[in-house]
Design a protein around this ligand. Structure first.
Ligand SMILES: [Zn+2]
Length: 58
């Protein structure tokens, strides 16, 4: 299981994501970035920042 906390990339955001795969996390983060942070598209560097902070849960 993978987990990501948006606050690790966007200070102050309390949204967290848990999903079976990194791809699922990135999909959910993309929708969240669009709906809650007003980003029509997620920049490549932000995707990399997110990927670098995804935790793998046992
Ligand atoms: Zn957020």
């Amino acid at each position: 299981m993978k987990q990501f906390a948006c606050g690790d990339v966007v200070p102050g955001c309390r949204k967290t994501f848990t999903a079976p795969t990194e791809a699922d996390i990135l999909g959910s983060v993309g929708a969240h970035a669009r709906d809650d942070h007003g980003l029509a598209e997620v920049p490549a560097e932000l995707v990399e920042a997110v990927r670098g902070r995804i935790l793998t849960l046992a």
